[in-house]
Design a protein. Sequence first.
Length: 202
Amino acid sequence: TVPAVPVAELPSRHPDPWRAATRHPFLDAVRDGTVPAAAFDTWLVQDARFVSDLLAFQARLLARAPRPAQAVLAGGLVALVDELSWFEEQAAVRGLDLDAAVLPVTAAYAGLLGRLDATDVGTALTALWTIERTYLDAWSAARPGAPEYRGFVEHWTQPGFAGYVAGLEAAADGVPAADADAVFTEVVAAEVAFWDMAVEAA
Ligand code: HMH
């Protein structure tokens, strides 16, 4: 058998998909202040739905995770519940309906999360690390963000989030994945499609 690839090596093994997922025109527009508010709001409502889908996926993953991965997954679940409360506050401030229709890209991403339930735990942990690392790197590239979006960019680049992603890295590296490269590229493609949705909404 081939030795397991540390997840931290996956971005450099797939540089073009990784760049597409973490250096996206939507993020440039948030940084520069050129994103139309309606496009940002459409994206924000769909992201709240994604976080709720992710919470459910992560709860299912925790139920089958090995002991060493349990603490970071459980901590992440609490953070996702807090994140949903934060989304509700932002939605209230911006006058958004979080029960708006789910867009196809969001439904497709939920389908991917559902399929991960049937994979080995190592593959699912690699996917979860990829989801969160992509988000962290993408928002880090949008720093500091235009004044009207700075609070969002700061929220998604807090040091505690980077620490969580490091914890997920250790958890993923502790369990071999059947095909880390395949799940990495599948998740990264879903992330690109999700950013694309925001640009298409503009
Ligand atoms: C699309 N990927 C997407 N949204 C998020 N909120 C995260 C990752 C991080 O939880």
